[in-house]
Design a binder for this molecule. Structure first.
Ligand SMILES: *Cc1c(COP(=O)(O)O)cnc(C)c1O
Ligand SMILES: [Zn+2]
Length: 418
């Protein structure tokens, strides 16, 4: 047997040096693989980081590529056409803090990404890795936001795309994917059906990079950039608490990985932080496992307006439980009514209009505060991961004009109660 340790890899993915199994630790060279050949466990990117300095990051591009030396991408990644996501606002949310009764609150506003959700981050990293690995078609199964991000990224790179969505998806998410003119296929089934179909197609079409299936180990690393940005925007330190929405759970586990790496590399002080997870009750398999004290996540059939989080069989569920338990966080879930209230609360206190996933995060934070699980004295960051314009249906019956009047000042005054 020859050893791969220290041997040159064929693929230039910057600091990424190997893939290793999250279950048994088996290591393989960088490749378009996602499952361990020994135990079928999920593979994860392993790195050998160089000397990384804050000044170099600060002098980098004003998007996620400022962290390229921490990602599985080549060092010239920003020379290729891409959507340049990231470096979204970290908003000091004083009015929301007052409404929730907490001392110090921030909102990481990822509605500001090119296709208006955090998925642009993971797709950009998947595309960059897929290019190095020799793929030329970008594909995905999606609950909507990933469809937008994949179709847009492929268009900008000049790649073909194949995007599979459940046919019941919100109209806005269908149109905002179809406009990029890739191959958009609506499948009669829920997301878990679409996901199974993608796994089958990925095995058949070796030149299709399904961002969240066969290049998933690389894709998932893109979520680390949320952690890097939060720390940098706080002045190179970690927050004490962070609330993260859970679909597959990848984002939550990678935010934790990002915080840990920053500490290990000496870019921030290794201060303790707690990671909290947020789900909609209509699709809350991870929350249910957490509350029952189980370490296995039982699949559910999703039924919630928070479609972008509606993954009934979350791939990273068990790892989410690990992170939450290790950091002394918690997981909570909220009803669809609470989700809509969360959307409206964020809008009226901070002027930020989020989609249903953001409503889940805000409403869950509220519930965690009310039940004493989230410390109101500790500095907290809420991850607002997508734009409200994509899920207008959720608020359609709740908000509208206060009055419809003829064009006269009198009528306006009357409507305002003067
Ligand atoms: C996909 C998605 C998430 C969660 O992503 P996972 O990594 O699958 O847990 C959160 N918010 C929005 C808006 C999303 O589209
Ligand atoms: Zn294994």
């Amino acid at each position: 047997m020859t050893t791969t340790v220290g041997a040159p890899t064929t693929f230039d993915l910057g600091p990424a040096k190997a893939l290793s199994c999250r279950e048994c630790g088996h290591e393989i060279p960088l490749a378009p693989e996602f499952a361990c050949a020994e135990c079928f466990g999920p593979l994860e990117v392993k790195y050998s980081f160089g000397d990384i300095r804050r000044e170099d990051i600060e002098a980098g591009p004003k998007n996620i590529w400022r962290y390229r030396d921490l990602l599985p991408v080549p060092s010239d990644v920003d020379n290729y056409p891409n959507t340049e996501p990231g470096l979204t606002r970290l908003v000091k949310a004083d009015r929301l803090a007052a409404a929730l009764g907490v001392k110090s609150l921030w909102v990481k506003d990822d509605t500001g990404n090119p296709t208006h959700s955090f998925k642009d981050r993971v797709v950009a990293v998947a595309l960059a890795a897929a290019r190095q690995l020799g793929f030329r078609v970008l594909a995905c199964p999606s609950t909507g936001n990933l469809a937008n991000a994949t179709a847009a990224a492929a268009a900008r790179a000049g790649w073909e795309s194949v995007v599979l969505i459940p046919s019941s998806l919100e109209k806005a998410k269908i149109l905002t994917t179809a406009v990029y003119d890739g191959a958009l296929i609506a499948v009669e089934g829920n997301y878990d059906d679409v996901n199974r179909l993608a796994t089958e197609l990925a095995a058949e079409h070796e030149d299709w990079a399904f961002v969240n299936v066969n290049v998933r180990p690389y894709y998932a690393e893109g979520s680390k950039t949320l952690a890097y940005e939060i720390a940098e925007q706080l002045g190179w330190r970690l927050p004490q608490q962070v609330v993260v929405p859970i679909a597959s759970g990848a984002q939550l586990t990678k935010v934790d990985k990002g915080f840990r790496e920053l500490g290990t590399l000496g870019l921030v002080e290794e201060t303790p932080y707690r990671v909290f997870g947020a789900q909609a009750t209509g699709c809350s398999p991870v929350s249910a496992a957490y509350k029952a004290g189980r370490d296995v996540v039982q699949p559910v059939r999703p039924d919630t307006i928070a479609r972008s989080l509606a993954i009934g069989a979350p791939a990273d569920g068990p790892y989410v439980l690990d992170v939450v338990n290790r950091t002394n966080g918690a997981i909570e879930d909220v009803s669809d009514e609470e989700v809509v209230e969360g959307i409206r609360l964020l809008a009226r206190t901070e002027g930020i209009f989020t989609e249903t996933a953001g409503g889940v995060t805000v409403a869950t934070a509220k519930k965690l505060i009310e039940t004493g699980k989230l410390d109101p004295e500790a500095e907290t960051v809420l991850l607002i991961t997508g734009d409200g314009l994509k899920t207008l249906d959720a608020i359609e019956s709740k908000v509208g004009p206060r009055a419809t009047v003829p064009p006269s000042a009198d009528a306006v005054h009357k409507a305002l109660g003067f």
